[in-house]
Design a protein around this ligand. Structure first.
Ligand code: CP
Length: 367
């Protein structure tokens, strides 16, 4: 990203093996020869310093979002394409909102209504769209490594908006932003004065379908970089074949035992579209052992947060009444996603060094 921190390391460091056939190593990493970050393919590329920087820039864009006219000219003249080969509500709309609030032109590309259906390859498709003049591709695809492949094919910046089981870096960033926001509010601290110290030793349980979850992979990488103590909680069949390279403190098979020790209970969606059903005796049994019911939520410390990336399977991972609790910050995650994605797009496409000149008080006007 074009940021005031040239020390952000290049390269991609996905945890664990690529789980899908045909998926490729998601290198080439995110930076060009000058060390300017061009892509965001894995949250692991950022390290603690890079994550903190994104959160701080997001603070400025959150302030823009609270204005009567939540729009700045920072990316005027730039074109952002959302290229989605999988369903999405939150990620797609929030990237499109973010790009529009930055005054970028937005092209929406849906594989299902494209010439891919007539047999055009993904590479030809991407190169065709790029030939129209594109500055950034936001890519969601069911194959791990797809965003990295696009990054090799085009000169534009690429943001991974979810590739198979591999990664969903902006989800992890918005999750971190939401935790930091909640903890700063609890301690009566202005968010703009909060760093990332709040993550050190934070006890986070990541519960459910870890095996198929790109959200889990990115979140664990981010929290690991920030020094949190992560516990994976899942039946053995929904854990990755190996957790080698996952920066987790422990793995537990029982949710009830872990709940009283958590500061954050992060529930994952059962990924039925990725075949999760074959790994479970039944969804009902899963819900009985791992679903966060009101009775279970009462076992959490009073201050613990409940999070979910969405879409929620109510009655499976999370009970209806738990989804409505004040401690459940699912809609804050969605709201914060816009500011975080504004920050990511701006840091990739904005003028080098201009972030440093954007104190939240004046806002990132870019004008
Ligand atoms: N959390 C998430 O990625 O949601 P969508 O699939 O709706 O984008």
């Amino acid at each position: 990203m074009s940021s005031p921190s040239p020390s952000v390391p290049a390269g991609s460091s996905a945890a664990g093996a690529d789980p899908e056939p045909g998926g490729s190593d998601p290198k080439p990493g995110g930076s060009d020869a000058e060390g300017t970050r061009r892509h965001l393919l894995s949250v692991g590329e950022l390290g603690a310093e890079g994550i903190e920087e994104v959160l701080r820039v997001s603070d400025a864009f959150a302030e823009v979002g609270r204005r009567a006219i939540p729009k700045v000219p920072a990316l005027r003249g730039r074109t952002v394409v959302t290229l989605f080969a999988e369903q999405s509500t939150r990620t797609r709309l929030s990237f499109e909102t973010a790009a529009k609030r930055l005054s970028a032109d937005v092209m929406t590309f849906s594989i299902d209504s494209s010439s891919v259906k007539k047999g055009e390859s993904l590479r030809d498709t991407v190169e065709t769209v790029a030939a129209m003049g594109v500055d950034a591709f936001v890519v969601r695809h069911p194959a791990a490594g797809a965003a990295a492949a696009v990054a090799r094919w085009v000169d534009a910046s690429v943001v991974n908006a979810g590739d198979g089981w591999h990664e969903h870096p902006t989800q992890a960033l918005l999750d971190c932003y939401t935790v930091r926001e909640a903890l700063a509010a609890r301690h009566g601290r202005p968010l703009t004065e909060a760093g990332v110290e709040c993550f050190a030793g934070l006890r986070v349980g990541v519960v459910g379908d870890v095996r198929h979850s790109r959200v889990a992979r990115s979140l664990v990488l981010a929290l690991g970089a920030l020094g949190s103590e992560v516990t994976l909680v899942a039946p053995g069949s929904l854990l990755p074949p190996s957790t080698e390279g996952w920066p987790v403190a422990r793995v537990c098979y029982e949710l009830d035992a872990v709940l009283p020790e958590l500061d954050v209970c992060y529930l994952l969606r059962l990924q039925t579209e990725r075949g999760t059903g074959a790994f479970l005796p039944s969804v009902r049994e899963y819900s009985a052992r791992y679903g966060l019911s009101a009775r279970r939520a009462a076992r959490l410390p009073e201050t613990a947060l409940v999070m979910h990336p969405g879409p929620m399977n109510r009655g499976v991972e999370i009970a209806d009444d738990v989804a409505e609790l004040p401690r459940t910050v699912v809609l804050r995650q969605v709201s914060n996603g816009v500011a975080v994605r504004m920050a990511v797009l701006f840091m990739l496409l904005g003028s080098p060094g201009s972030v440093a000149g954007f104190p939240p008080s004046s806002g990132p006007t870019g004008a």
